[in-house]
Design a protein around this ligand. Structure first.
Ligand code: IMP
Length: 199
């Protein structure tokens, strides 16, 4: 029998307020109280894993040990198929030095793609639940799409959203309303896998 979450309180192993709000909304109907690593002043461990699941596990295990509560860690990024999956786990770091939001990273990706006929990509998100005793369960969600150029800047989203057009739509994640993105996104899918399996 795979372990379920019987505790009614969960730590979100993230310091990102946007992600906390998004996850809080999805978990509220299950009667689970959510606190963030930021609220509890937990330390931020070094993300030195080589996969999304490894990095999400590092965050979840550290938060569970430090807080004594079950913790949910996540890690996500953009994988471009013609570039062998890059930037992948380096998606955030790809934008250093930070200039004009994520324009720097998106321009770099577009240059690397050159005139490649294959502009397909996917966003991936790993969610890992860790208990204070060290047990973990992991889930991975994905959304497939195509990278557009020029980017389609909208009023929503963050990161690489203006460059990503999800399959089945003509608009980018930055143009689509949050409710649409949250119905198909890698993060929403990973979280749904977690709630289906553990709650
Ligand atoms: P992390 O999961 O906070 O480590 O985020 C990794 C990076 O991946 C972010 O800084 C973004 O650049 C990118 N990323 C992850 N999810 C999304 C998304 O939904 N839209 C756009 N960019 C994303």
């Amino acid at each position: 029998m795979m372990r379920k979450l019987t505790e009614k309180k969960l730590v979100l192993a993230t310091h990102n307020a946007g992600k906390v709000a998004e996850m809080q909304e999805i978990l509220a109907p299950f009667g689970i109280t959510v606190v963030s690593a930021g609220d509890l002043n937990l330390s931020e461990p070094e993300e030195n894993g080589t996969t999304f699941v490894e990095n999400a596990t590092i965050k979840a295990v550290a938060a569970a040990k430090e807080s004594g509560l079950p913790a949910l860690g996540d890690d996500s990024g953009l994988c471009v198929h013609a570039l062998g999956g890059r930037p992948g786990i380096y998606s955030a770091r790809y934008n250093e030095p930070k200039k004009n939001g994520f324009m720097y990273a998106m321009e770099k990706l577009n240059e690397e793609l050159g005139d490649s006929a294959d502009r397909s990509a996917h966003f991936a998100c790993a969610m890992v639940i860790a208990w204070p005793d060290g047990e973990t369960r992991s889930f991975e969600g994905r959304v497939n799409g195509t990278l557009c150029w020029p980017v389609k800047t909208g009023e929503h989203g963050f990161g690489y959203d203006p460059m990503f057009v999800p399959d089945g739509y003509d608009a980018s994640f930055a143009e689509l309303p949050a409710a649409v993105k949250n119905a198909v996104s890698h993060r929403a899918r990973a979280l749904k896998m977690f709630t289906d399996a553990c709650l």
